[in-house]
Write a protein that binds this ligand. Structure first.
Ligand code: AR6
Length: 176
C-alpha cells in the first residue's frame, strides 16, 4: 500500500489509470475533465458517449465510477467519477466524495491495475473546501487500500497549494 502526493498535470502521468473529476453526462467540461479530454483525443468522447445512460443524458450518478481506455494519454485507462457539488456539507457531500475514492480503487483492483492517480475531486468548480476534501480522500483511500495492498496511489495536486493541503492530510492521518 502506498499513497504519495505529487504536483503535476495529471494528463502527463504514466500510470495504469488516471481518475477524471467529471460530471454526470460524461461528455466533458472544464477543469481536469477538459484537460483529460483534450489530451486523450476525440476517441475518449466517443467512448463516453457509448456508455449506457442511467437517466436521459446522464451516464454516471454522483459518487459512481465508469472506466474507458485512455486513448492518446500515457495512462492506459481513465476512471471517470462524479464528485458532489458542495452545498453546505449537510447534503451528504463527504460520504459521496468518499464513495468516489472507494469505488475508483475497487474498479482499479477489479481491472488488476497497479497504479492510479487522483485529482482533487470536487475541489474546483464543484466547490468542496480543499482541507475537508483532502481529509475525506485520505481516510477513504487508506481504508480501501487495506484490501488492495499492491495498488500505488498518487494524489495529484495541480498546484503547490493543493499538494500541500493533500500532504498535510496524509501526514495527519498517518500520525493520528
Ligand atoms: N491536472 C491535475 N489537476 C487538475 C488539472 C490537471 N490538468 N486541471 C485542474 N485540476 P475541477 P470538480 C484540479 O473543477 O471540482 C468540470 O467541468 C483543479 O485545480 O476540474 O470535481 C466537470 O465536467 C482542482 O483542484 O473538478 C464538472 O462539471 C481539481 O482538479 C466539474 O468540472 C478539481 O477541479 C467538476 O468539478
Amino acid at each position: 500500500m502506498s499513497i504519495v502526493v505529487i504536483t503535476a498535470d495529471i494528463v502527463q502521468l504514466e500510470v495504469d489509470a488516471i481518475v477524471n473529476a467529471a460530471n454526470p453526462t460524461l461528455l466533458g467540461g472544464g477543469g481536469v475533465d477538459g484537460a483529460i479530454h483534450r489530451a486523450a483525443g476525440p476517441r475518449l468522447l466517443a467512448a463516453c458517449r457509448a456508455l449506457p445512460e442511467t437517466s436521459p443524458g446522464m451516464r454516471c450518478p454522483t459518487g459512481e465510477v465508469r472506466i474507458t481506455p485512455g486513448f492518446d494519454l500515457p495512462a492506459r485507462w481513465v476512471i471517470h467519477t462524479v464528485g458532489p457539488v458542495w452545498q453546505d456539507g449537510s447534503h451528504g457531500e463527504p460520504g459521496l466524495l468518499a464513495h468516489c475514492y472507494r469505488a475508483s480503487i475497487a474498479l482499479a483492483a477489479a481491472h488488476r491495475l497497479h497504479s492510479i492517480a487522483f485529482p482533487a475531486i470536487s475541489c474546483g468548480v464543484y466547490g468542496f473546501p480543499a482541507e475537508r476534501a483532502a481529509a475525506v480522500a485520505v481516510a477513504a483511500l487508506r481504508e480501501a487500500l487495506l484490501h488492495h495492498a499492491d495498488l500505488q496511489v498518487q494524489l495529484c495536486g495541480f498546484d503547490v497549494r493543493m499538494s500541500a493541503i493533500l500532504q498535510h492530510a496524509l501526514d495527519t492521518h498517518e500520525h493520528g
